[in-house]
Design a protein around this ligand. Structure first.
Ligand SMILES: C[S@@+](CC[C@H](N)C(=O)[O-])C[C@H]1O[C@@H](n2cnc3c(N)ncnc32)[C@H](O)[C@@H]1O
Length: 329
């Protein structure tokens, strides 16, 4: 099939590997990849590096001082907020998976499922700091991932031989119930095209942690920097569906924001039955303040993700929007 002019001129990702000889003033390109291959190869290296780093951090945990562990985390883990995000997933699994012999965790865009290793480190650090949290045996969790990358889907179970990992690429294969749902970054924007599809997904999950952008007015159809089309759904029908579900939606106050220039609101959210959300917010705040005390005088800003007050607490979506001056129906 021939490509349209718009398709031919669309932005695309690339990955280049080569060598620069500063003496000869030359550059040699040994390999150059574009599109999904470029994306997969780069992300594979990046996420595999995180995964190996978490395994090393776990193995050093009992015989390293906290200062050394923090500086290893800071230098090795790609996303500064990774620990903080994994802490949320760990607490969510302990709460929503309580009493389940095999709690189910479902992620859209799981990549290599490095969160398993990240959560093992998180758990071990909390234990070392003697901080109580809802107990969860990560080896009993059924990890399920929906990703468009055949490479990531194949590698995620291979990289976690002691865990039960199932991956797939067909959204039609969603199960009717998961204990915890997670999605980060633009993944949910890529995967979801309507309010109904979003709430069908969230309705299958007991407790959901995700970040997401919505348009303050009409739906926005945009091709983002990666060259992929996304839909920013409209806030009003999103809120209406949320209310109709009878569930709660809390936002991380310091990491949710309104952007009047783009006409969008960015939500860092937890969604689920009111009692589960209440427990999650309570444990999240308690464990984070216990960690702040446990790491007092140590450079734990990245680990705790306290930069910019991002983890200053939670509020309902209604309170957040009213604080931002957004009128809701
Ligand atoms: C930014 S990463 C996701 C976040 C990452 N797992 C983390 O915890 O940091 C994006 C992932 O989403 C996947 N992806 C992109 N579009 C998707 C779609 N429509 N459905 C499912 N997965 C998608 C990519 O292959 C990649 O693994």
């Amino acid at each position: 099939m021939s490509r349209t002019v718009a398709e031919e001129n669309a932005a695309f990702s690339y990955l280049e590997f080569g060598a620069i000889d500063p003496v000869a003033g030359s550059k040699t390109v040994w390999d150059f990849r574009t599109g999904e291959t470029a994306y997969d190869w780069f992300m594979l290296a990046r996420y595999a590096n995180d995964l190996a780093a978490y395994q090393r951090l776990c193995s050093h945990l009992s015989d390293s001082d906290l200062d050394t562990l923090i500086s290893e985390y800071d230098s090795m883990i790609h996303h500064p907020d990774d620990f903080s995000v994994n802490l949320g997933k760990l607490l969510a699994l302990g709460i929503a998976g309580a009493g389940q012999p095999r709690p189910c965790f479902f992620e859209i865009g799981q990549t290599l499922f490095g969160c398993v290793d990240g959560m093992e480190f998180c758990k071990a650090l909390l234990e070392r700091l003697d901080i109580s949290f809802p107990k969860i045996d990560l080896h009993q969790v059924q990890w399920t991932g929906l990703d468009i990358s055949p490479l990531f889907n194949q590698l995620a179970p291979l990289l976690h031989p002691g865990h039960t990992i199932t991956t797939f690429d067909d959204p039609g294969k969603l199960a009717s119930r998961y204990d915890v749902f997670f999605a980060k970054g633009v993944t949910l924007l890529y995967a979801v095209r309507s309010v109904a599809a979003l709430f069908d997904l969230l309705g299958r999950c007991q407790l959901s942690l995700f970040d997401y952008s919505l348009s303050l007015e009409e739906e926005q159809h945009v091709v983002i920097g990666t060259g992929k089309p996304v839909v920013y759904l409209a806030l009003a029908p999103f809120l209406a569906a949320c209310r109709a579900s009878g569930k709660s939606l809390y936002l991380k106050r310091g990491n949710s924001r309104l952007d009047r220039t783009t006409g969008r609101v960015w939500l860092d959210a937890v969604y689920g039955a009111p009692e589960l959300c209440r427990q999650f917010v309570e444990h999240d705040q308690r464990v984070r303040s216990a960690m702040r005390i446990g790491l007092l005088d140590l450079p734990g800003e990245r680990l705790l993700d306290t930069v910019g007050n991002r983890n200053s607490g939670w509020m309902t979506v209604e309170m957040f929007l009213s604080e931002q001056g957004v009128k809701t129906p």
